[in-house]
Design a protein around this ligand. Structure first.
Ligand code: AMP
Ligand code: GLY
Length: 424
């Protein structure tokens, strides 16, 4: 029986905690810092995800058997290295491998060096050179701040003027902070996007069921980019042919490239793919589960989460088969009106009890907290309502029906999550 610590506080960490809680091997689950929903299945400890010394001390004091790091910042900052140095068992990439997400310039150079299909690009650390390059670039063009920027460091520019302004915003005004010390300028691609999450043990990679995210705030993919307003899994666009191509040219190639660079990757690689006319290409890598992708993928996974995570740590993933339920899941994010710009917090949330003991329905907490004994809204993305169904269409109907079970002031959601599926 094991004591497990999960690091993070969003819907993704709630989904991870729920998967761990299903394992008969889990004895006690802690989450740092967690949230009100996670607190119903784990003990939340008030330590921030970037407080490495405190996390290490806590894990030692409680004799934690396994730590799972959910978030990108602590991974890129080297939490895994610090925990390993203290003799702790921890799931996630070390700092030198998390750079796959932490630096877009690094990941682009890696793909170029190892012939992994991606958009054509150039890296810049001098704004003058970037501006000069734009004069010759074909519009639209995509600008990316090199470092972590909460998913907001990507600008798609239609005109030369816009692009120049974008370079200044990223590299001179430092809108995304130090993330903009370097930047990538890349070719604009068109096609459908698919998210593929995978488990990796340094050598072997096993793919999870595909998913798709809806990043824009408003129906019809309008409005500002957000952390994600909903997801569905699997993606009907992720066909056997796409899967075969990605296995051949992208997945193992990425893992082998990292090993060859002396940066073996253990943990979760999230492939953001675009299915272009010239075949699938990598938009980006993340070094962790997607949020909200984890909320539709993990509930469908049949394997014991702890077994899989340990196989990654111990390097025996080759002996394991991942299996997923032959169904579908849809997650609709219930957000606070005004997200992602400005919104009010602190409203009581009603109806959470409707999800208790409802097979195939989940209410993952993202931005919630406890105010006396009441669970209140505490963020832009508040809850992720997930439901399964035999088909995507049924899962979508179930998920939207379940959004009615929850009430809070300023509740906002998109109404077309998973709707693209009606086209196929
Ligand atoms: P990223 O953080 O790199 O995934 O970029 C965020 C979003 O920007 C992606 O999900 C795409 O919708 C879009 N995007 C990024 N790179 C490109 C590209 N080269 N062409 C078109 N869209 C892109
Ligand atoms: N849903 C996209 C991400 O987790 O980065």
């Amino acid at each position: 029986m094991m004591k497990i610590l999960i690091v993070g506080s969003g819907g993704r960490e709630h989904a991870i905690a729920a998967a761990v809680a299903k394992s008969p091997r889990a004895d006690k689950i802690y989450c740092a810092p967690g949230n009100a929903g996670i607190g119903q299945i784990a003990e939340c400890v008030p330590i921030g995800a970037m407080e490495f010394d405190k996390l290490v001390a806590f894990a030692k004091e409680k004799a934690i058997d396994l730590t799972i790091v959910g978030m990108d910042d602590p991974l890129v900052g080297g939490l895994v290295d610090e925990m390993e140095a203290a003799g702790l068992r921890v799931f996630g990439p070390r700092k030198n491998a998390a750079i796959l997400e932490g630096s877009k310039a690094f990941s682009k150079d890696l793909m170029k060096k190892y012939n992994i299909p991606t958009a054509a690009y150039e890296n810049f650390d001098d704004p003058q050179k970037a501006l000069a390059y734009l004069e010759t670039a074909k519009m639209p063009v995509v600008l990316k701040a090199d470092g972590l920027a909460l998913g907001k460091g990507v600008l798609i520019c239609e005109t030369l003027e816009e692009a120049k302004e974008g370079v200044r915003t990223i590299m001179e005004d430092k809108k995304f902070g130090a993330a903009g010390n370097r930047m990538v300028i890349e070719e604009f691609m068109t096609g459908r996007e698919v998210s593929v999450l995978s488990f990796v043990d340094g050598r072997t990679i096993k793919i999870m069921s595909s998913a798709q995210d809806h990043k824009r705030a408003l129906d019809g993919d309008q409005g500002l980019n957000t952390g994600g307003m909903g997801t569905f899994s699997p993606s009907p666009f992720y066909t056997d042919e796409v899967d075969a191509f990605c296995h051949k040219y992208i997945y193992q190639a990425t893992v082998d490239a990292m090993a060859a660079e002396g940066r073996p990757f253990k943990g979760v690689i999230f492939f953001g793919l675009m299915l272009t006319e010239d075949g699938p290409k990598v938009l980006e890598y993340n070094a962790r589960f997607g949020d909200p992708e984890a909320q539709v993928v993990l509930p469908r996974m049949k394997n014991d989460m702890i077994d899989v995570v340990e196989a990654c740590i111990d390097g025996n993933l080759d002996r394991m088969e991942l299996s997923f339920e032959d169904n579908a899941a849809v997650c609709v994010i219930l957000a606070s009106e005004g997200y992602p710009v400005s919104y009010e917090k602190g409203f009581a949330i009603e109806g959470l009890e409707n999800f208790e003991n409802k097979e195939g329905y989940y209410c993952f907490h993202a931005g919630t907290s406890l105010n006396n004994d009441t669970i209140v809204t505490n963020g832009g993305r508040v809850l992720g309502v997930t439901a399964k169904g035999v088909t995507l269409k049924e899962a979508r109907a179930n998920a939207y029906a379940a959004t009615d079970w929850i009430h809070f002031d300023n509740k906002y959601m998109r109404h077309d999550i998973g709707k693209a599926i009606d086209e196929v």
